[in-house]
Design a protein around this ligand. Structure first.
Ligand SMILES: [Zn+2]
Length: 402
């Protein structure tokens, strides 16, 4: 019995080792096995009836932000935006933090508002958007406009406004994880992109990374003609849940929504686009990440994000309360149904798609994406090899010495 037991004991030891090796090849502790979501199919439609996100109020925030003038890093307008956030959110109970970084000759300020959960040492979910507006309209068809600062109604104010409106919704809900609303700075200055989000990610400890369930970015989400497309890189589980959330809300073409009507063609995840946006820095640190973005603003125009993008045409009249409400309700529904937590990591590196962007490689520079692909592949290989060795040892142990 003992022998068998000892054999059984030995096999159990090696199998446990195998499991450990497989799970930790990537070095993070995020969910590795798909989790059934939503837990109960009717959950989504029940929650749709409770949604309170207000698109009109979000649109007022867009107009107010643009009225501040160019929100350049270090500017008075940028400071006025942050001061307003603090004056509204701190009294509501948010823990507000401002972090200054000096990069590329800029003094940029990242702004975080944490809504603590009822659980101690809870995991956290990060919702993010850049709040700066671009300093030069370098894609304007009128050459004399190309040194002027962009108004930034859609590219800058829209995502920041949706986060601000969500900040009013979150206290009405309860979570077993903290929610961090992260307004990042210096996403869009000269040829330096995503600088604030990069600085934020570089300062994350491994504990911070492990406790971050997901990083959800909102960028250019206010276009009156809204098409949310499948942005790479990104987490496959989060993407599939966005399609389910969109379907329930009537935002997926030809799919019956909770109200029984067929959906509009707004969530178009059959169309993939490569964008190295703020979420990239969380993604390469194995935090499940997603970029909710409409990469066509105005008419389609080669090598750009549309005819209004990075021009003096990026004004509040191009943004609609309806589009802001679509995106806000989608994120609110995700929060109410825990769609952004317990997210399995991508099974295999999917970033190749990011290195062949349709039209943004030139825009945001694609060198860094390739670098990160290689390492995760090697880690996976090492895990499998280790597993194989363990299995072999287990067999030898079982069969006894040859
Ligand atoms: Zn931009």
């Amino acid at each position: 019995m003992h022998h068998r037991q000892s054999r059984r004991g030995a096999v159990l030891r090696w199998t446990a080792l195998l499991l450990v090796a497989t799970v930790f090849t990537g070095g993070t502790v995020h969910a590795t096995q798909p989790v059934v979501w939503p837990a109960n199919p009717s959950t989504l439609c029940d929650a749709v009836d409770d949604l309170v996100f207000n698109g009109t109020r979000a649109n007022e925030s867009v107009q107010w932000q643009v009225s501040l003038g160019p929100r350049l890093p270090g500017s008075d307008a940028s400071e006025a935006f942050r001061a307003h956030l603090t004056s509204v959110l701190e009294p509501m109970g948010y823990e507000v933090t401002e972090t200054v970084h000096h990069r590329h000759g800029m003094n940029l300020t990242n702004f975080e508002a944490r809504w603590p959960s009822t659980t101690v040492n809870a995991p956290q979910l990060v919702l993010s958007a850049h709040y700066d507006s671009r300093n030069i309209a370098d894609h304007d068809t009128n050459a004399s406009n190309r040194t002027l600062p962009v108004p930034g109604a859609n590219d800058g104010a829209s995502g920041a406004a949706v986060l601000f409106e969500l900040a009013h919704v979150i206290p009405q809900l309860t979570f077993e994880y903290d929610i961090v609303l992260f307004w990042n700075d210096a996403e869009d200055q000269n040829d330096n992109f995503t600088v604030g989000a990069e600085a934020w990610a570089e300062n994350l400890t491994s504990e911070d990374i492990d406790r971050t369930e997901a990083f959800i970015l909102l960028d250019m989400v206010g276009d009156a003609d809204l098409q949310l497309r499948n942005i790479n890189p990104g987490n496959d589980t989060l993407k599939s849940r966005v399609v389910e959330l969109g379907g329930a809300l009537g935002l997926v073409a030809d799919r019956q929504a909770c109200d029984g009507e067929l959906g509009e063609d707004i969530v178009q995840y059959e169309v993939e686009v490569g964008v190295l946006d703020d979420h990239y820095h969380a993604h390469v640190r194995n935090i499940p990440s997603l970029d909710l973005m409409d990469p066509q603003y105005g008419e389609a125009k080669a090598m750009t994000f549309g005819s209004y993008w990075h021009t003096m045409e990026d004004t509040p009249d191009k943004v609609s309360a309806t589009s802001l409400e679509h995106v806000g309700r989608l994120v609110e529904l995700g929060l109410r149904t825990d769609a952004f937590v317990s997210v399995a990591e991508n099974p295999s590196p999917t970033d190749e798609r990011a290195t062949a962007p349709e039209h943004d490689g030139e825009v945001d520079g694609d060198r860094s994406a390739e670098e990160h692909d290689d390492t995760s592949g090697i880690a996976l290989l090492a895990g499998v090899a280790l597993g194989a060795v363990c299995a072999l040892l287990a067999v030898v142990e079982w069969k006894g010495k040859p």
